[in-house]
Design a protein around this ligand. Structure first.
Ligand code: 5RP
Length: 226
């Protein structure tokens, strides 16, 4: 079993009958969704899933997991998702899979947020992983210039045929190649105030639990007090 699968299976143990569960996106979250699907089928687990992307929606529907949109549920009990980087103070970068907008919305309305990662994602400072920023296409070239002027090293994310990648909400992603984010709160606040920015991949003070898979230590669960 690989580390992504190990943490995905471990995280699914937190899901109990009657829960509304936020289902994250990406290659690690994939294994969690598979395991929840197995439990729904084999253990008759009774849950409602709230997906964070079209990809996860397609996977969950194929597994027979009943789904609702975030607007059709009172609240979400637990969201389980992957992450691109997690710092020592448990802030994160997400959006490598371009699903950051729905991921942040679902996480915001969740009582608990579990991140599942392999050890390569645990870092001292955020920023080696390019920070994804979801922007409205109209005016995106102006934003790109603004980010350049601020030395944020922006690049519009492209598909394999060199066209701007479109998110599930038909927006663009601008990745910021920063190497090190010395003040994530300050950067998040600045990005929050830029017209045309829909959302960014700095997930600050959001996770309540991190499940890390490592070759040497196996699966480790870290509870984060908020
Ligand atoms: C998608 C995400 C993913 O959770 C993140 O990119 C991690 O993905 P993976 O588990 O494939 O490394 O934020 O938008």
């Amino acid at each position: 079993m690989n580390l992504k699968q190990a943490v995905g299976i471990e995280s699914a143990k937190y899901i109990k009958d009657g829960m509304v569960v936020g289902l994250g996106t990406g290659s690690t979250a994939y294994y969690m969704v598979e395991e929840i699907g197995r439990r729904v089928k084999e253990e008759n687990l009774q849950i409602i899933g709230v997906t964070t992307s079209k990809a996860t929606e397609t996977q969950a529907l194929a597994l027979g997991i009943p789904l609702r949109s975030i607007d059709e549920v009172e609240h979400v009990d637990i969201t389980i998702d992957g992450a691109d980087e997690i710092s020592t103070d448990f802030h994160g970068i997400k959006g490598g899979g371009a699903a950051l907008l729905f991921e942040k919305i679902v996480a915001t309305y969740s009582d608990k947020v579990i991140w599942i990662v392999d050890e390569s994602k645990m870092v001292e400072h955020l920023g080696k992983f390019p920070l994804p920023v979801e922007v409205i296409p109209y005016g995106s070239q102006q934003l790109l210039k603004k980010f350049q002027e601020k030395n944020l090293n922006p690049k519009i994310r492209l598909t394999s045929d060199e066209k701007p990648l479109l998110t599930d909400s038909k927006n663009y992603i601008i990745d910021l190649y920063l190497e090190k984010i010395s003040n994530p709160t300050e950067l998040a606040e600045w990005l929050d105030h830029q017209v045309g920015v829909v959302e960014h991949g700095l997930f600050l003070d959001i996770t309540t639990c991190v499940i890390v898979g490592s070759e040497s230590e196996g699966v480790k669960t870290i509870n984060v007090s908020r």
